[in-house]
Write a protein that binds this ligand. Structure first.
Ligand code: PMP
Ligand code: GLU
Length: 396
């Protein structure tokens, strides 16, 4: 009988991927399923990006590259950070990996020792706690509260939870699953706390930074407090902003020593992401950002459609997201008719063929996440099904 590493008992398959997979299987079996489960834009990767990849293949740029990515890509990344945020990085302060996911994992794996703690505001992206555990650390969760502008960390609790074992604080705004953005004032409060605790590093997962609504912009904590620069690691990537989820390209910027450790780790694991994806990413990051503008405008319309439809015709409620392409709905008012959020999602899939992700996957039961990065007709159909489902739950 094969035996397995003890660390495998600490982690579970990514719930968002597992649900998306289940929806695909049901579809393949002939069921008319609408999957609002997975977090990926339905838009095609823009033509100019695809052409750059084709050109890379034609030019035989199909061999191993440096571990940390080709220099032209790292230059494109540093230039972008300078032009857009006035944040200065050298190309040695950049690492490129197989998606933001690998970059975040690398940063945690390269830095955590047993007993180290990582502070994670809840609700959180499904992978953070499991990544922390795989890397030998301990996730600790900060409560978020909604005062009408989205679920935001309880700053007093954040301060109270910091101790000598605290290694990282993870910030992910626009947030997955809520779409909440932190304002400059919010970031100022966090920065003031962190300035008092020099040993705490900040992992800023900015993967949704370009997808924001109503002309809001995302601020990185370094724009508010440059003194945090030596201990901030920024994770980002092209998956969401350029509809490039399958290309598997993410990047990280930070302290040169941490980046070196990440590169050492990556040199012994994946080596680097696909050379072709790297050339595609150069085109993405050096192009005009017209695609982002148009795509975000469409997403804003879809947000309005889904939030209005469910607010007006059900007892579900959510604070409308300011960014990302998720809405995080509370289903508490149906308790009694449903046992919990998992029951809500299971019954919704069974009865109406709509796949959503239960809030408990994000550390917040009695909610569910839906992704609205789908075409409008499908979203309208999904709304009708959810409305019917909710109506049938209460029997009128
Ligand atoms: N961070 C968050 C918050 C995400 O939702 C995702 C999407 N899976 C990622 C990071 C990583 O995305 P990717 O690996 O496709 O770059
Ligand atoms: N980030 C996406 C999501 O939250 C993709 C799936 C994943 O990597 O977990 O659905």
């Amino acid at each position: 009988m094969p035996t397995y590493a003890n660390r495998m008992s600490e982690i579970k398959p990514s719930p968002t991927i597992a649900l998306a997979q289940k929806a695909k299987e049901l579809k393949a079996n002939g069921k008319h399923i609408i999957s609002l489960a997975v977090g990926e834009p339905d838009a095609a990767t823009p033509e100019y990006i695809k052409l750059a990849a084709i050109k890379a293949i034609e030019n035989n740029l199909t061999k191993y590259t440096p571990v940390n990515g080709v220099i032209e890509l790292r230059e494109a990344i540093t230039r972008r950070y300078y032009n857009q945020k006035r944040l200065e990085y050298s190309t040695e302060q950049v690492t490129v990996g197989c998606g933001g996911k690998q970059v975040i994992f690398n940063a945690l794996f390269a830095s955590l020792n047993p007993g180290d703690e990582v502070l994670i505001p809840t609700p959180y992206w499904v992978s953070y706690p499991d990544m922390v555990k795989l890397a030998g650390g301990t996730p600790r969760f900060i409560t978020c509260e909604d005062n009408g502008d989205g679920l935001k960390p309880n700053y007093q609790q954040l301060e109270e939870m910091i101790n000598h074992k605290t290694k990282w604080l993870i910030l992910n705004y626009p947030n997955n699953p809520t779409g909440t953005i932190l304002s400059k004032q919010d970031l100022r409060k966090i920065a003031d706390i962190l300035l008092k605790h020099e040993h705490v590093q900040i992992l800023s997962d900015d993967i949704y930074e370009h997808i924001t609504f109503d002309n809001q912009i995302t601020t990185n904590i370094l724009e508010v407090e440059p003194r945090l620069y030596p201990r901030t690691f920024i994770a980002n990537g092209v998956s969401k902003a350029y509809a490039m989820t399958g290309w598997r390209l993410g990047y990280g910027l930070g302290n040169k020593d941490l980046i070196k450790k990440i590169n050492t780790l990556q040199s012994q694991t994946t080596y680097h992401t696909s050379s072709i994806s790297q050339y595609a990413a150069i085109a993405a990051l050096t192009g005009t950002d017209e695609f982002i503008k148009q795509h975000t405008a469409l997403l804003q319309k879809k947000r309005d459609l889904i939030v209005n439809a469910l607010h007006n015709n059900t007892k579900l409620c959510c604070t409308p997201p300011n960014g990302s392409f998720y809405a995080f709905f509370c289903c508490e008012k149906y308790l009694g008719k449903i046992k919990n959020d998992v029951d809500f999602a299971t019954l919704l899939l069974e009865r109406e063929g709509v796949a959503v992700v239960p809030g408990s996957a994000f550390g917040m039961p009695l909610y569910f996440r839906l992704s609205f990065a789908l075409n409008e007709d499908t979203l309208k159909d999904a709304c009708e099904r959810i409305q019917r489902f909710c109506k049938n739950l209460i029997g009128h």
